[in-house]
Design a protein around this ligand. Sequence first.
Ligand SMILES: Nc1ncnc2c1ncn2[C@@H]1O[C@H](COP(=O)(O)OP(=O)(O)OP(=O)(O)O)[C@@H](O)[C@H]1O
Ligand SMILES: [Mg+2]
Length: 359
Amino acid sequence: MNKKSSPTAVIALVVTIMFVAVLHYVTPVDSIVLHQIYQRIFYIPIILAAFWYGLGGGIGAAALAAVSYLPHILLHWQHQNYEYALNQYAEIGLFFVIGAVTGWLGDQKRREHERAERINTELQTAYADLRQTVGQLLQAERLSSLAEIASGVVHEVRNPLGAIKGAVEILEDEIPEDSPRREFARIAKVEVERIDKLVSEFLRFARPPKLSKVPSSVNELVESVISLLDPRAAEGSVSIEKELASGLSPIEIDPEQIVQVLLNLAINALDATPNGGTIVFRTYESGDTVTVEIEDTGVGIAADDKERIFDPFFTTKDKGTGLGLSVAHRIVTQHDGNLTAENTERGARFKVTLTRTGQ
Ligand SMILES: Nc1ncnc2c1ncn2[C@@H]1O[C@H](COP(=O)(O)OP(=O)(O)OP(=O)(O)O)[C@@H](O)[C@H]1O
Ligand SMILES: [Mg+2]
């Protein structure tokens, strides 16, 4: 039922019809049997044309057969054998009937086939969506039970960790300044701090603290994040710019948690930005929302990672926990706000939108 789209198929059909017509003209009139065979051969290209090109193809081929055969009837049979000529006119009528009916049936079947294919594609898409949703549900369930168990363990890890940190510091003090052993103490301290950060992030992720909302100035929170960031920025010679809206009225939020969000975003921006780059902190108000943007001139978010950066434990960094953005996302969502990421011409931009609803 494939529609032959190549011009060769059309040419072959036309040539066959013309060839059969020529046979009529060159065969003596008294060889009636041969003429009858030829006229049946006309049906082959007519049916094929109808089959391949539908109603239009069938009628077109019938018309071509009629036009090429008609003069032969008029020239020869009309005078010599009128009855046979009438028979032939009827045959030509039949060309059209066969061409039209086959073409119509072909069209119907093709439409059905297309419909079935469309339904099949839709079903496949729906199936893929369903599988993805089921996968996400399973993952969410796995994560929540995993988080439940792990947060218990992690909680227990914190106390000995504090003790180790204290002990290492005492040991470090006792090691002479010039001893190569001091380096071991330094490594131990750095690694303990790393575990401590992971543990804290994980606990924030697994057991989010309850929000304690108070009217807060978003600009002040941004300023405090910048002051926390400044030494790191100076270290990497990254300049910090501020475009803070003036006259922002306070908004009901949990300031500590929002600082945590902004800090996570700012540290990511700093991680992504090379020396000489810039991080812009921008705040603005629109309707009943206040937005904080943190824009960097870093590497931007890779297209493949865009969907996953907010997933817990997704990281592209050697020492990253991959929890920074998922914690930030959770906190902003708890505030009924929105956290989005996009690439700019020069890097990435993260947007925290907080709503004043209910205030
Ligand atoms: N400003 C940014 N520019 C480019 N990529 C970013 C930016 N912020 C986040 N990402 C990408 O998103 C990933 C996840 O970020 P997230 O803060 O959740 O974890 P992390 O920064 O890798 O680890 P951690 O927060 O523990 O240091 C990063 O590893 C990085 O690939
Ligand atoms: Mg991070």
